[in-house]
Design a protein around this ligand. Structure first.
Ligand SMILES: *Cc1c(COP(=O)(O)O)cnc(C)c1O
Length: 391
């Protein structure tokens, strides 16, 4: 197979540095969220565990199986399952499962009984997201059922989790309310006889803005990949660079219509270059009319509608030739657009840009990772246990 002209370079050193930044700011453990192919960054498991992550987290059980295949030991949780999922395999592979309902709990307990090993679960309280997790009104009975199954040895309630809806808004009263809901849920769990070792509520924004209290494990996704949902910090390092090459270029007369519908018409004589990337590769159509790329050290506009497979650059007076390198986005150090700019152009968030890069783009992990001797000692693969009382 030939390598695509379009490449997504993944900077493992940046991800390691971001991981260490969060590890330094989380009193308890750091759970690295590697869902959605690590937010489009590929396999980062070794990078983040060596840089201080003590837990791993994903959305689906299938994702968890893939992580287990490359990391047999680090505590691993998934939080988006159906009661009909293969919990037998989850128990066998020591994958923790978040529990949003009694139906999940019963299914996990049944799997634990069949295996003769307690299913490791985290009870998930909906603190105010209004999305996943157990509604507050059903929390107390869920804790009682969990305690019952724990007594029989079918489940082990390893943790309690919640997820904040508004932590990206510093000082949000909603976050204070959701923090209180979480604290109440913990008290209820303890009253029902549960002794969860980990309590996790905070994600990237809550750690950056200091919004969450009372937890001893932080689930960090976006921040590991250089994204700050709160836009309040500038210490995180972007880890992706998307490059391609001009495949075709030609002079164009004034008043030349470009692409479907001729949304763009050249004002004067100019030069148009064709790039082999389109919306199927993750360039959002909604960014047309604003988006730019870097060619020969200069920003140049993408013009006309984005097609599925290609876009057109107006290179002006530069006599750009086929084969010339183009940076679509990068760290911004060289003047190239950043993922944050792309998100603004498309009216979305950086998460959607990084998770949307298509499979035709070749992933290139960078080999410029600090050697083992430059790194802190690897973190032992064991569960971080809570300190202090839950009450
Ligand atoms: C995706 C996700 C996270 C990670 O959030 P970030 O803002 O990316 O750090 C944490 N918890 C849950 C439940 C998630 O779905």
């Amino acid at each position: 197979m030939t390598k695509s002209l379009s490449q997504l370079k993944v900077d493992a050193a940046a991800i390691a540095a971001n991981t260490r930044w969060f590890a330094d700011r989380t009193a308890g453990g750091l759970l690295a969220v590697v869902k959605a192919d690590a937010f489009g960054h590929g396999d980062v498991v070794r990078t983040v565990t060596r840089a201080g992550a003590t837990w791993l987290g994903v959305a689906t059980l299938d994702e968890a199986f893939r992580v287990r295949a490359v990391d047999a030991n680090t505590p691993l949780i998934c939080w988006l399952t159906s009661p009909s999922d293969d919990f037998d395999a989850a128990v066998r592979q020591r994958i923790d499962v978040a529990v949003p309902s009694a139906a999940h709990l019963h299914a996990l307990a049944a799997a634990g009984r069949r295996a003769g090993v307690a299913a490791r679960v985290h009870l998930h309280i909906d603190v105010g997201m209004g999305r996943d997790g157990t509604p507050v009104g059903e929390w107390s009975p869920l804790c009682s059922i969990a305690r019952h199954h724990e007594r029989t040895g079918a489940v082990d309630v390893v943790g309690i989790m919640g997820h904040l809806s508004s932590a990206d808004l510093p000082g949000s009263p909603q976050t204070r309310i959701e923090g209180m809901v979480f604290a109440n849920a913990l008290r209820t769990a303890v009253r029902r006889g549960l002794r969860p070792r980990v309590r996790h509520l905070a994600a990237t924004a809550a750690i950056i803005t200091g919004a969450a209290k009372g937890h001893n494990l932080a689930r960090i996704g976006a921040g590991l990949y250089g994204i700050d949902p709160s836009n309040t910090s500038d210490v995180l390092m972007p880890a992706l660079e998307l490059t391609t090459r001009v495949v075709h270029a030609h002079g164009a007369r004034a008043h030349t219509g470009v692409g479907y519908g001729h949304d763009y018409v050249t004002a004067g004589p100019t030069r148009l270059a064709l790039l082999p990337l389109g919306y199927a590769d993750g360039l959002p159509r909604s960014a047309a009319g604003r988006a730019e790329v870097l060619i020969r050290g200069r920003r140049r506009p993408l013009v006309g509608r984005f097609s599925m497979d290609m876009v057109v650059v107006d290179t002006g007076t530069d006599s750009v030739q086929p084969g010339e390198p183009v940076t679509v986005f990068g760290t911004g150090d060289d003047g190239a657009p950043t993922v944050t700019e792309w998100a603004r152009w498309a009216g979305t968030i950086p998460h959607e840009i990084v998770t949307g890069i298509g499979t035709r783009v070749t992933r290139v992990p960078n080999v410029d990772v600090p050697s083992a001797t430059e790194r802190p000692a690897p973190v032992p693969h064991r569960e971080k246990v809570a300190h202090g009382s839950l009450a």
